[in-house]
Design a protein around this ligand. Structure first.
Ligand code: PBG
Length: 328
């Protein structure tokens, strides 16, 4: 008697069986939707490099966030695009700045939507770097410790406005500890920290820099963001962030760094987030617009791969359309 060949296809033969045996399930509950918020009224300004994404004034933001909430997306991440920029990014820590204003409005209207605020200065500085810059010989460098003071102030202002969590995204050494201490001293013990722990100096941020008008005027971010070639270094960054008080660690971008995501997931017990960044989003949109791929299917496949690699939370511009396409 010859032994029958094995038949893994048995378990793929129907949609219901495939659904039963699916290893990775993704639902709107895993998603965080980023928003760009700007001053003014009735502003809805499309970002040309990110089809489907706009900058919204607060009135529109409320409408949009209500829709996300209705679709089961539990959290939003806010980026501010201020009217004025200056060398010290003052709008970031102004109490009546665009982000605190948006947070107050959102928490008033949708108290159980989790509101996370990006905590960085590149959207607020005229030079576009993620903090205070100082002269060093003929060029400029990011002044780490001077930036820490501004981070502490910004965190307190954002938490005061009602942010549930703050997300330091500048890759500033000691940032997590500084923010945690400032929040605790101000009685904001319940404000959580989503740390951009392994943020790489990536080419995939291009479209975001149009959205936030935050391209650096000179130089680049390689002295503070990580080298794309390094994975072990992400473990060191994560160990520091967790020790300093990070509640959630994040890897960014997502797709080119799925190995790093898996590494952090296996080595740490805090929740792990992934940021499916602007360039990853726009590649799908561009190819879909040309009719080269099915954009909705590609987005869902990408989000599933990020989940499979270990992400508990995915920050993604696809959030709403993906949530609409997800079956129970
Ligand atoms: C700011 C920041 C950036 C992104 C999130 N926060 C841009 C950068 O570092 O240049 C990129 C997000 C995206 O591309 O979607 N520090």
């Amino acid at each position: 008697m010859t032994f029958p060949i094995s038949r893994p296809r048995r378990l793929r033969k129907s949609a219901s069986l495939r659904r039963l045996l699916r290893e990775t399930r993704i639902s709107p509950a895993s998603l965080v939707e980023p928003f760009f918020v700007c001053p003014g009224k009735n502003v809805r300004q499309p970002i040309s490099a990110m089809p489907g994404i706009c900058r919204f004034s607060v009135d529109h933001l409320l409408r949009e966030a209500r829709e996300s909430h209705r679709l089961g997306i539990p959290a939003v991440l806010l980026f501010g695009v201020p009217r004025e920029k200056d060398p010290l990014g003052k709008e970031a820590y102004a109490r009546d700045g665009i982000v605190p204003t948006a947070v107050r409005a959102l928490k008033d209207a949708l108290p159980d939507l989790t509101v996370i605020t990006d905590l960085c200065f590149c959207e607020y500085t005229d030079h576009g770097h993620c903090g205070v810059v100082k002269k060093s010989g003929r060029s400029f460098v990011l002044d780490n410790d001077a930036t820490l003071d501004l981070m502490a102030r910004t965190a307190v202002v954002q938490a005061d406005a009602g942010a549930d969590g703050v997300a330091p995204s500048g890759m500033i050494d000691g940032g997590v500890r500084t923010i945690r201490r400032a929040l605790d001293e101000d009685g904001k013990k319940d404000t959580f920290l989503l740390a951009y722990t392994a943020k790489y100096a990536s080419a995939f941020y291009g479209p975001f820099r149009e959205a936030a008008a935050s391209a650096p005027l000179f130089g680049d971010r390689r002295t503070y963001q990580m080298d794309p070639a390094n994975a072990r270094e992400a473990l060191r960054e994560a160990a520091l962030d967790v020790k300093e008080g990070a509640d959630i660690v994040m890897v960014k971008p997502a797709l080119a760094y799925l190995d790093v995501l898996r590494l952090l997931k296996d080595r740490f017990s805090v929740p792990v987030a992934a940021y499916n960044v602007s360039g990853e989003y726009s590649m799908i949109k561009a190819a879909a617009a040309k009719g080269w791929i099915d954009g909705a299917a590609a987005a869902l496949e990408v989000l599933t791969s990020i989940k499979r690699a270990g992400a508990d939370v995915i920050v993604t511009y696809h959030a709403r359309e993906a949530a609409r396409g997800m079956k129970p």
